[in-house]
Ligand binder design. Structure first.
Ligand code: G3P
Length: 214
């Protein structure tokens, strides 16, 4: 399973790369707004340090505006992927952009048929938001399971990005059901490596080592 990092924070991306856990990056307008600096500058900085796909989201609501923004964003780097919202206008834009060879990631997906429609339109990636579904007591991971089945039934190559991840259990479940990609916030990325028994075990090893040195 590929690990993307879900952030627009340069330090987090750099640390994730050092950990070897950044196969790609996903951003969105909310994440960029948290950085409190010129988003264009942040986007260029991200593209300069990341080799894998970097998802950048359009703001326009109409397909023409989305396509114009997408062309500008995609000209910033060869690894750009354009995030398009799951709307009627968005699907028109995905169709046009896929014919132009511009990679797309359809975002704000909350049910499997939306993912199917995005794949039919030619999306390279779909991003079901599982955490936001769990937040309202729906079963987010079932959307991933059903989307995997649907894509497999019809041979779609569109990759599934498990998005809106809240905790390590989401990553575990995504890996067990065979999702292509998990896009993970930095705090969860760090949690993935830690376990209290690892800390206790390491402390004991070091203490025992000290005792034989005396
Ligand atoms: O990649 C989409 C993701 O950023 C949404 O996450 O935590 O805002 O639901 P969240």
């Amino acid at each position: 399973m590929k690990f993307f990092i879900d952030t627009a924070n340069i330090e987090e991306i750099k640390k994730g790369i050092e950990m070897g856990l950044v196969d790609g990056v996903t951003t969105n307008p909310t994440l960029l707004s948290k950085e409190k600096k010129d988003p264009q500058r942040t986007i260029k900085e991200i593209l300069s340090i990341v080799e894998g796909p970097v998802s950048l989201e359009v703001i326009a609501k109409d397909s023409k505006g989305m396509c114009e923004e997408a062309r500008k964003l995609s000209s910033l780097g060869t690894n750009t992927v354009i995030k398009i919202p799951m709307t009627e206008e968005g699907m028109k834009a995905v169709r046009v952009l896929s014919q132009e060879g511009i990679k797309t990631n359809v975002t704000l997906i909350f049910q499997p048929v939306q993912a199917l429609i995005a794949a039919k339109a030619g999306a390279d990636y779909v991003s079901p938001f599982i955490g936001r579904l769990d937040d309202i007591s729906a079963r987010g991971m079932e959307v991933i399971e059903d989307t995997i089945t649907i894509f497999s039934n019809y041979g779609y190559e569109t990759e599934i990005i498990v998005a809106s991840i809240r905790h390590p259990l989401h990553v575990l479940q995504a890996a067990i059901i065979g999702a292509d990609i998990a896009t993970i916030p930095f705090n969860v990325l760090k949690q993935l490596m830690s376990h209290p028994l690892t800390d206790i075990g390491l402390e004991r090893f070091l203490k025992d080592w000290e005792s034989i040195k005396k």
